[in-house]
Design a protein around this ligand. Structure first.
Ligand code: NDP
Length: 329
């Protein structure tokens, strides 16, 4: 009989998550039946969406949602032979019995020299989010100016680099001087620490006096109230995330963007990465090529040990990570 370690949402988060909201449990797994496989987790992802989705999609007592890179260690499903690697929506668990419906095989020609963990990072969901936000939502063009916040994170760092590949002028904000130095290393034209600038408005104006064609929004809240008035006419805003609001117990209120949106004729569009799933394989191959050409770099913030999942999750929400926050089992 196989056992899995799991992390359960013991009670719904109220405000910022706490250690006591999580519980480590052992679960007995049944033998995989016809069509099923047994997976062993190698790398698990901790992502901001888990905070709002915990409320929207989970009950107290559920295993925490999430994706992982896993290895097939037993198989009764010819599509997923023993030894193959998958990205699975398995939740926070060390082992999983799956019928394959929640699994995607890691690209067949995944290069030896690219860590498999990137399949939940730059060459995975966060990378795709960056690509689709820029290409499908912002429809960014060479020569345009882009603003991205949470820029040193999993999505933001890829956003800035893809925009550079496309010949844009890129301004990024992040929450520490180390992160700002990282953004400059990545080739961002301007980067600043939003926590220490004396005026966000003046900093955005100075970084691009003509304003911004595109704004890749990861943060929301007061940052966006300052950024939206800095858009150029016909600017496009891709609303990817609003992490500054995820732990709010009461919703934040304005200033509201309407007047700026009307007079500058802005387009603001929210999106979920899953909308373009049919393009994923081609997109992942494209990003892998950029990575192998040295045009797309990525860092990982690795926490070792499954027992540290809650700490890794809360650390990411607090901004401990440069690049993608992952847990190595
Ligand atoms: P990151 O790797 O960027 O990690 C989160 C970062 O958010 C932290 O490192 C921190 O960086 C920043 N942050 C935390 N709290 C605040 C705050 N109050 N104000 C400003 N910044 C804050 O995460 P991801 O790259 O995975 O995700 C980035 C955004 O993209 C999130 O909003 C997420 O929900 C969204 N997303 C949306 C998807 C979609 O389909 N729409 C898919 C994937 C992600 P710092 O030190 O700079 O403050």
């Amino acid at each position: 009989m196989t056992q899995a370690k799991t992390w359960v949402l013991k009670q719904h988060f109220e405000g910022f998550p706490k250690d006591t909201d999580f519980e480590l449990k052992l679960e007995k797994l049944s033998e995989p039946r016809d069509g099923e496989v047994l997976l062993e987790a190698l790398f698990l992802s901790v992502d901001p969406y888990m905070r709002p989705y915990s409320r929207a999609r989970m009950q107290a007592g559920d295993v925490m949602i999430g994706t992982q890179v896993a290895k097939v260690i037993q198989s009764n499903n010819p599509s997923f032979p023993v030894g193959c690697h998958v990205v699975g929506r398995c939740g926070w668990r060390t082992r999983t019995v799956s019928d394959g419906s929640d699994l995607t095989k890691v690209l067949v020609d995944w290069p030896q020299d690219v860590p498999l963990s990137h399949a939940i990072g730059a060459i995975g969901m966060p990378g795709l989010t960056a690509l689709y936000g820029l290409e499908e939502v912002c429809t960014i063009k060479p020569g345009e100016t882009l603003l991205v916040n949470a820029a040193a994170g999993a999505v933001g760092s890829v956003v800035g680099q893809i925009a550079k590949i496309k010949g844009c002028y890129v301004v990024g904000s992040a929450g520490s001087d180390n992160k700002v130095a990282y953004l400059k290393d990545l080739g961002f034209d301007q980067a600043f620490n939003y926590k220490t600038v004396s005026s966000l408005e003046e900093t955005l104006k100075k970084a691009s006096p003509e304003g911004y064609d595109c704004y890749f929004e990861n943060v929301g809240g007061p940052f966006s109230s300052v950024a939206i008035p800095q858009m150029k006419a016909f600017g496009r805003i891709a609303v990817c995330g609003g992490i500054s609001m995820y732990n709010d117990t009461t919703p934040q209120t304005g200033p509201y963007p309407h007047m700026h949106m009307i007079f500058k004729q802005l387009k603001m569009e929210g999106f979920l990465v899953g909308r373009w799933e049919n393009k994923n394989e081609e997109s992942l191959k494209r990003m892998l090529t950029w990575m192998q050409e040295g045009k797309l770099k990525c860092k990982e913030h690795v926490t070792v040990g499954f027992e540290n999942m809650p700490a890794a999750f809360m650390g990411m929400l607090q901004g401990e990570n440069i690049g993608k926050a992952i847990v190595k089992v």
